[in-house]
Design a protein around this ligand. Structure first.
Ligand SMILES: [Zn+2]
Length: 288
């Protein structure tokens, strides 16, 4: 087929239309970090189940497919609402029955509902009858959404789409607030402290989990209901962090640099670690 000017215009239009939608989720390194932290904490039973469910091409590395759910968003249109939660502007609270719905008001279609749903599906693993679900996809969705729900701006305000419509400068570059939290803070941290190597970031967080945060890990893993996971707790923490840290002091065209970076990086590190620890605890509970 020969491309005419109008084809090119259509393509450019389509790309411009699609690009803002891509910005839903920790970036690749954020998701990879959550999955790598989790996989290293699995019980033998959970590690075997994960190995069994992963496609051979993943070579038993859950991290390599942790962003799969972002890649299939356009193929599985129905799944794009499952990466986040929109809460009422400026309330800084989250309630499942009020907020867990998609744009059309269909309930349970949000990241908390998706975590519950894919957990339920995975519980059919190992049953005598073949599962009615695609459990490989259920595992990949669950691993991804446990990351997303810990990104504070994935439980953001409705009118700015979790910071996606707030233009800012990240140092000298143009960005949007949502992307700052998905990618920019992590990238800048990797450049400054980790030789631009995500593996060094993962090592540093793993060291904190066994060291500085060791006392807190038990409380991260537990749910007051006694039943894992508890996405409503994770979502409530995220909107609190979104208000206290992500949105705080930011307005349209704010220039965000060291002041913002140095005070927010600890929040990003904490949320990545919590996401990994809780994904592991959830998989251990499902497959245990
Ligand atoms: Zn996502």
């Amino acid at each position: 087929m020969k491309f005419t000017k109008s084809h090119v215009a259509t393509l450019v239009g389509l790309l411009l239309f699609l690009c803002p939608l891509v910005a839903h989720g920790w970036g690749v390194d954020g998701h990879l970090t959550v999955c790598r932290i989790a996989q290293a904490r699995l019980s033998d039973a959970a590690a075997n189940a994960v190995k069994d469910l992963l496609p051979a091409s993943a070579d038993d590395d859950l991290g390599s497919l942790c962003s799969w759910a972002d890649e299939v968003k356009f193929h599985y249109r129905w799944s794009s609402a499952l990466h986040f939660i929109d809460t009422p502007d400026n309330l800084c609270t989250y309630q499942y029955t009020r907020d867990c719905k998609d744009e059309n008001g269909i309930k349970d279609r949000c990241v908390a509902g998706a975590i519950n749903n894919y957990t339920t599906q995975l519980l059919s693993y190992g049953n005598d009858a073949p599962s009615q679900y695609n459990l490989t996809e259920a595992l990949l969705f669950l691993a991804h959404f446990m990351g997303d729900i810990h990104q504070p701006l994935h439980v953001g305000f409705t009118s700015d789409k979790g910071g996606n419509t707030i233009d800012v400068h990240w140092y000298t570059r143009k960005s949007v607030l949502h992307h700052v939290w998905d990618d920019n803070i992590i990238e800048t941290a990797e450049q400054r402290y980790d030789n631009s190597d995500v593996n060094e970031l993962i090592d540093a967080l793993q060291k904190n989990i066994t060291d500085e945060w060791a006392d807190k890990v038990k409380t991260w893993e537990a749910c007051s209901s006694g039943k894992l996971p508890c996405p409503n707790v994770y979502a409530s923490e995220s909107i609190k962090a979104a208000c206290n840290w992500a949105y705080k002091g930011v307005s349209e065209n704010s220039v965000l640099e060291d002041n913002y970076f140095l005070t927010r990086l600890p929040v990003v590190n904490l949320r990545l670690a919590q996401g990994g620890v809780r994904l592991a605890a959830t998989l251990n509970s499902i497959f245990g």
